[in-house]
Design a protein around this ligand. Structure first.
Ligand code: NFE
Ligand code: MG
Length: 564
């Protein structure tokens, strides 16, 4: 049987620069895959030699999508190194910023980055608006902004774009592809919510900025606490925040979750076929405490899709392997002593990856030598199986209404369903966090910063900041020597999910999830895009190149279309 190579470079509608190569047999089945991060990150190197109190602002620039999380992880790593406990209100304010980001990120990901892998948008023009209202009403009694009048207006808007030849960013979609299943009415409902989601995500950006100061790259954190004191004590600011979150909650309940149930209905065959199923290892560190003992996310490990057992997660078992990445070193290293020494070995003369050798700027993190999937799916599975009172009821509702089982979530469509459920869980939790904060303030606990004297802190220390962020578990590790940063490593969610193979040849999660897919048209690998997008890649979290003198370090050629 002959094999051919499919190259997708760049993968669009993600953050950053990702290349996928896949080997396909005569039946259109993917037999091997390689995921390659195409640019170098240098932030870890830039942080060396800095004052530990400054790392947050620099690390923040790792990414402007999961904005605030690298800032927070970095500040937390330094606090952990020095043994500084932050006040309860500071933690809540940090949680409010991060959780509103979760919701914004998830809404943007589904509607604006990913939905068109499932929604054949131009076919929405053929929809019968009355039938579209009936369809949407199957999934919620009061669907968000769905009436025949509103849908006629959406159709007209779409038609105007098409007539004017101004499909813009949509013009290169695989419209009409045989793998699309959603009816024209389903497409129209999605197109309508796509437009509404533009406004909702903008409002959520404001919510992030209320306590964060601005977004992207909020500026409200310092080692020891937060600076958003006036916002926290101003009832109007709290009210503005709650107002936006309430509006977002409505959108999630009446648009996002029902649209996801509709997607499950139309793509049930793909779910049952296991399209996009990965290796079955999941990991989460849990966190976000509220009330007395309750937690939003649970920590744990699931191996080989065994949903009867959640094993404890031990962060000391994490290593990074660079055998197949463009760095020097052939021993897996624990992150405190991790190295970022570039060893670029180039592509083949024909421009393809050296698939037997090094082929990515992304390192390969492993947990006890296993590749692990992180993210909303991992969190929802681990939380559900651990009996979480925050996650359990939302997952139960979704499973009851769709007939989905836990294994069905371990697919491309299922990852999206888990993400939608998580958006609901996060939105609900925000209200409890605000109540906790108001309760503290009511009893005169207005502390937002733990005082410390930098000069009397230890000169040598090491610490880590590990917590859940929209795409999975994020960890920053700092080693301080002589009151300066001696070594810094960030192990980022997309590093886990998009990792290349390791020294033993074990595939990363994207690669594992792509292998075995059957493509209906190898010249338009829509099924591969569905898998990759379902993880919500952010390669920017793994790609920074900075040279203060503006000297050219390397030249990269980016192809503008998918080539076969
Ligand atoms: Ni750049 Fe990020 C999130 C982090 S990604 S988007 O969520 O950390 O891997
Ligand atoms: Mg790293």
């Amino acid at each position: 049987m002959s094999k051919k190579k499919i190259v997708i470079d760049p993968v669009t509608r993600i953050e950053g620069h990702l290349r996928i190569e896949a080997e396909v047999d005569d039946d259109g089945v993917v037999t091997e895959a390689w995921a390659s991060g195409q640019l170098f990150r240098g932030i870890e190197t830039i942080l060396k030699g800095r004052d530990p109190r400054d790392t947050g602002l620099i690390a923040s620039r790792i990414c402007g999508v999961c904005t605030n999380v690298h800032y927070r992880a970095s500040v937390s790593a330094v606090e952990n190194a020095y043994g500084i406990e932050i006040p309860d209100n500071a933690r809540i304010v940090r949680d409010l910023v991060t959780l509103s980001l979760f919701v914004q990120d998830h809404v943007v990901h589904y509607y604006h980055l990913h939905s068109f892998d499932y929604v054949d948008m131009p076919s929405g023009l053929e929809a019968d608006t009355k039938k579209a209202v009936e369809l949407a009403s199957k999934y919620h009694p009061k669907p968000y902004h769905i009436s025949t009048g509103h849908l006629e207006a959406v159709k007209e808007k779409l038609q105007n774009y098409v007539n004017a030849g101004r499909l813009g960013i949509f013009s290169n979609g695989y419209w009409g592809h045989a793998a699309y299943r959603l009816s024209p009415e389903g497409c129209l409902v999605h197109a309508s919510h796509y437009l509404t989601a533009l406004r909702i995500q903008r409002e959520l950006g404001k919510a992030v900025a209320i306590f964060g100061g601005k977004t992207p790259h909020p500026q409200n954190m310092i080692v020891g606490g937060v600076t958003s004191v006036m916002d926290m004590l101003n009832p109007q600011r709290i009210n503005d925040f709650l107002f936006i979150m309430k509006e977002a909650r409505e959108f999630i309940e009446r648009a996002y979750i029902p649209d996801m149930k509709m997607l499950v209905d139309f793509y049930r065959d793909e779910i049952k076929a296991g399209d996009g199923r990965g290796g079955g290892n999941f990991m989460a560190c849990g966190g976000y405490g509220f009330g007395r003992d309750a937690k939003l996310f649970e920590a744990g490990i699931i191996l080989d899709h065994d949903f009867n057992t959640v094993l404890p997660m031990d962060e000391t078992k994490i290593t990074e392997d660079v055998t197949r990445a463009w760095y020097a070193g052939d021993e897996p290293l624990e992150p405190y002593s991790g190295e970022t020494e570039v060893l670029y070995t180039d592509l083949n003369p024909d421009g393809t990856l050296k698939t037997e050798d090094k082929y990515s700027w992304i390192k390969a993190p492993r947990y006890e030598e296993k590749a692990m999937e992180v993210g909303p799916l991992a969190r929802m599975l681990i939380g559900y199986i651990s009996g979480s009172e925050t996650i359990g009821p939302c997952m139960d509702d979704f499973m009851r209404d769709t007939g989905m089982e836990l294994i069905d979530f371990c697919t491309s469509v299922g990852r999206n369903a888990a993400r939608a459920v998580e958006a609901q869980v996060c939105c609900d939790a925000v209200f409890s966090f605000v109540s906790d904060m108001i309760e503290n303030i009511k009893y005169y606990d207005e502390e937002t910063w733990s005082r410390y004297d930098f000069e009397s802190l230890p000169k040598d220390a090491k610490g880590c900041g590990i917590f859940e962020v929209p795409r999975g578990m994020l960890a920053h590790y700092v080693r301080i020597e002589n009151a300066k940063v001696a070594n810094y490593q960030a192990v980022v969610p997309t590093t886990w999910n998009a990792s290349p193979k390791d020294g033993s040849g074990l595939r990363g999660p994207y690669e594992e999830a792509i292998v075995g897919l059957k493509l209906s048209d190898t010249s338009k690998p829509l099924e591969i895009l569905r898998v990759v997008h379902s993880f919500d890649p952010c390669i920017a979290c793994a790609v920074h190149i900075v040279n203060a003198k503006g000297r050219k370090l390397s030249e990269y050629k980016v192809r503008s279309a998918c080539s076969v």
